[in-house]
Design a protein around this ligand. Structure first.
Ligand code: GL7
Length: 803
């Protein structure tokens, strides 16, 4: 949109008065934020209405992305950028004497997700709108986002994230679109007057699902799609049943927290309830909308695509069947045919715990109608496959077995597409993890390598680099991410390389200031900034990083004159509250940091910094400042990774195992511009088969490794009496499940190469440039276009929205 500064300033003052009966001069940053949010919303409200009307009148096929997590972070700057008024607002604020960054800071981070999976969903929302694709998100409006992490004596402490306390400036409550969702009770089938079998519900618990919609703005294209998040309420008709506050609260708590503690049965019931809650509400609202376009139910798949993001929304399959059978009177065969054509599924991990299974008794009690339908899907699956010779295969792939409902099986059998999120991951799905299914349905399997929204991860979070790119290769990269490749023409241009160095230094300085403020540790922007930011998980091997840090530390202690570049090791990671081993690692990193940072004898050559409360906003500050990107998961375990792409785009050079999307990054930049080390995935599998890995042997044969590991248990690292032993045991007594020791030597050696390469400044800057220049292919715009074309069959070509 176009707006002059004068007009904007007038509008803004007016909004402040309308909202708070206040003059600009007396307003607080939060009031300014709320007024600006309301104004921005007013600016895009026409485009929002035009967008859905356009979809409606042209009966455009739309995708609905069902995800139990969305992780948008702050949305103000992104909305301003996409509306095309970011600079206007920044300049106007300056003229008004308002601190724009402080206003941005006042916005809470919307963190309705844990990590990569939720963030990917939000990158997709941005890209779907920016590519002009008709698509919407469907999820849960949690009252509390992902916990706030604090460190107390080096331990992780979790505090509630009350992100809604000051209200959410972007959401619109859609009272009129509320639906009821039924749980529990008894369900039996009875013949109606037309001879059809229909369910009769006895004593169900009825919950009201109220949607809150948020506009998802496309980049300078007047498209505004919808993210619909559901919140639970008690329906008026049921009020009388919940007279005590406690009973009410128990119900209302259903959408309170993002990840109920699944170590207890009660927590697991809440989680399953949440899953059905947002699936049923979303599905009902889609069908209601569909009926408005006035096309027969049989053609549903020509107008609607539903995407199941990981197994959490897998009940979409059974719920659509329920609606088509029970409410729309379709035959099973017709309903099934439609359902399979409508649904598609993405698998995001090969870790077994993520392939959800629910006990039969739980599903029966909580979701009796769902269970009946799943039983019938299972029965018909067995019938359909009965002709196959391999009866074991059928047993392995059926949905209900061992008294459990296998949600991934439901998702695969009930959809036309199953994809992994990087080439290697998709290959492993086909050949190992879901091999049986790919034997049954080879045509359903495909790969869609993840991507990242480059608007947020470059244009917004790294303005200095963006300006340098504009100056060097023009501005087309802002719309067409692959145009960043033009930067390759400057790989030997001294001025550009120096410019890149200056940009990086500026970003490092900003991060250094933040580190000093938050951690009280002084670090120099001249040091290598070595970054590992991701959830804390044993397979991601933050521990391997720590072992290398200790190695360097001991080398420095032995030889204070050791030739090496100063380095700052930066960590950001949250551990799941019930994952004690991950918390142990956090404590160990923090204690090593204390020990090293306070040891004057090594002359500040290395520093270790663990930043608290890693989230989207913090990522936006760390990533532009990174020199080295640590992507060191055990090969085969990280499905894709997406911080690897963000760091590369910002000029960090990757130290990586050949895992997930690291392989595609290697292919993009070439072996000379990345540091690859460690076991390959086939070697990992060979070890699993041969069972001849001995961690203790590795330990015994390597004196430095011994010294490093002993430091965990001999008091060298202070204050980790219990934790040190736990780490030591995990490696030695329990034989090092993630081959940390096996990869130790290779990793230490590679880090030495990193050090030597960094010393050659122009070589390093060239590597950095090549990484930036080749990151365009990891734009989520391209990823969603592939989903749109191959899986969802939706298109943007004819969209002409608004003016
Ligand atoms: C994840 C994968 O672990 C990660 O590798 C991938 O990039 C991401 C998005 O596809 O999905 N799976 C998962 O359960 N989480 C992830 O981040 C939390």
């Amino acid at each position: 949109m176009k707006i002059t500064k004068e007009q904007f300033k007038k509008d803004f003052r007016k909004r402040l008065r309308e909202k708070f009966a206040i003059e600009l001069e007396d307003s607080s940053e939060t009031e300014q934020l709320v007024a600006l949010g309301a104004l921005v919303q007013a600016y895009y409200s026409d485009a929002w209405t035009d967008t859905w009307k356009e979809y409606l009148t042209n009966k455009k096929k739309q995708v609905y992305y069902f995800s139990i997590e969305f992780l948008p972070g702050k949305m103000l700057k992104s909305n301003l950028l996409n509306l095309g008024i970011l600079t206007t607002v920044q300049e106007s604020f300056k003229e008004l004497g308002i601190n724009f960054s402080a206003v941005c800071k006042a916005e809470p981070d919307m963190a309705l997700g844990n990590g990569g999976l939720g963030r990917l969903a939000s990158c997709f929302m941005d890209s779907i709108a920016s590519c002009g694709l008709p698509g919407n998100g469907n999820g849960i409006r949690y009252d509390y986002g992902l916990f706030k992490q604090k460190f107390v004596d080096g331990y992780q402490v979790e505090l509630p994230d009350e992100w809604l306390k000051g209200g959410n400036i972007w959401e619109v409550r859609k009272e009129s679109k509320a639906v009821n969702v039924l749980f529990g009770g008894n369900v039996y089938l009875r013949e109606n007057h037309r001879g059809q079998l229909k369910p009769v519900y006895e004593n169900p618990r009825i919950l009201r699902a109220v949607p809150y919609d948020t506009g998802m703005l496309g980049y300078e294209n007047d498209v505004v799609n919808t993210l619909r998040l559901w919140s639970v309420e008690i329906p008026a008709s049921e009020e009388y049943k919940y007279q005590s506050i406690e009973e009410r609260r128990k119900l209302e708590d259903l959408t309170a927290v993002l990840y109920p503690d699944d170590s207890s049965e009660q927590g697991r019931v809440v989680r399953l309830t949440q899953e059905y809650f947002f699936v049923s509400a979303g599905m009902q609202s889609i069908v209601r909308y569909y009926k408005k376009i006035g096309v027969p139910m049989e053609e549903l798949y020509e107008h609607i695509a539903i995407h199941i993001n990981d197994t959490h929304p897998a009940l979409c399959v059974a719920e659509l069947m329920r609606i088509l059978l029970d409410d729309e009177d379709l035959s099973w065969e017709r309903a099934w045919d439609i359902t399979v054509k409508v649904m598609s599924y993405t698998n995001h991990t090969i870790m077994a715990e993520a392939l959800e299974k629910w006990p039969v008794h739980m599903m029966q009690e909580l979701l009796p109608r769902m269970y009946q339908i799943i039983q019938e899907i299972d029965r018909r699956f067995l019938e359909e496959m009965a002709h196959l010779a391999d009866q074991d295969l059928i047993e392995r792939t059926r949905i209900i077995k061992d008294n459990q409902v296998h949600m991934a099986h439901l998702a695969i059998i009930g959809s036309h597409s199953t994809n992994g999120v990087a080439k290697l991951h998709s290959d492993l799905l086909r050949t190992v993890v879901l091999k049986d299914f790919s034997t049954l349905y080879p045509e359903r399997f495909n790969n869609k390598t993840n991507g990242i929204a480059q608007r947020r991860w470059l244009q917004l979070s790294n303005e200095p680099l963006s300006h340098l790119l504009d100056k060097t290769i023009g501005c087309s990269w802002r719309k067409n991410p692959e145009d960043i490749h033009l930067l390759m023409n400057y790989q030997n241009d001294e001025a550009v390389l120096t410019g890149l160095g200056e940009v990086k230094w500026e970003n490092k300085k900003r991060l250094a200031d933040y580190i000093l403020k938050t951690n009280g540790v002084a670090v120099s922007p001249d040091a290598i900034f070595d970054v590992q930011i991701k959830r804390l998980h044993a397979y991601k091997r933050q521990l391997l990083n720590l072992l290398n840090i200790l190695t360097i530390y001991f080398e420095l202690k032995d030889n204070p004159k050791k030739v090496m570049e100063p380095r700052v090791f930066i960590f950001g990671a949250k551990a799941a509250p019930s994952y004690t081993y991950a918390k142990t690692i956090i404590k160990c990193i923090n204690e090593v940091a204390n020990m090293i940072n306070n040891d004057e004898s090594i002359n500040h050559r290395i520093k270790v910094v663990f930043l608290e409360n890693y989230n989207v906003s913090l990522a936006e500050m760390i990533i532009p400042a990174a020199d080295v990107s640590e992507q060191i998961s055990l090969a085969s375990k990280e499905a894709s990774g997406t911080s690897n792409m963000k760091l590369m785009l910002n000029g960090a050079v990757t130290v990586a195992t050949l895992d997930g999307a690291n392989i595609e990054i290697r292919d993009a930049v070439g072996n000379d511009n990345i540091f690859i080390f460690g076991l390959r995935e086939d070697e990992v599998y060979r070890y699993y088969e041969s069972k001849d890995y001995s961690a203790i042997k590795t330990y015994e044969q390597n004196p430095m490794l011994q010294r490093v590991l002993n430091a965990f248990i001999d008091g060298t690292i202070p204050n980790i009496y219990r934790e040190g032993q736990e780490v030591f045991d995990s490696l030695i007594k329990y034989n090092d499940e993630y081959f940390v020791l096996r990869d130790y030597d290779a990793y230490v050696e590679t880090q030495r190469k990193v050090d030597a390469t960094y010393r050659d400044t122009s070589r390093w800057q060239k590597m950095s440039l090549i990484n930036i220049a080749n990151a365009g292919r990891f734009s989520s715009d391209l990823t969603v276009e592939r989903y749109a074309e191959d899986i969802w069959k939706i298109d943007s070509s004819k969209i002409i929205v608004g003016k």
